[in-house]
Design a protein around this ligand. Sequence first.
Ligand code: SF4
Ligand code: SF4
Length: 82
Amino acid sequence: MVANFEAIITENGKGIFHLFPALCKGCGLCIEKCPVDTIGWSRQLGFLGTPVVEPGHGKPCIACKKCELICPDCAILIERRK
Ligand code: SF4
Ligand code: SF4
């Protein structure tokens, strides 16, 4: 089977949140570290069959990239909105 590396893209606050379900193992580390608590569980499942994450749960994203840096599996890419 070939892994699908397409991202789920969500615009939120100052960030464009790219989440790669083929890499996210649902560890929740990014949820814990987001300073505005915008990351929460999604209804979509990752490669282990566990929920992936999405923004839009707390205050708007400030595009600090903490989640991108903390994710052990490089499953998040944050693009700053202009
Ligand atoms: S995006 Fe990364 S840090 Fe967040 S739950 Fe998935 S694997 Fe863990
Ligand atoms: S970039 Fe910062 S504010 Fe935005 S979701 Fe990631 S940790 Fe939260």
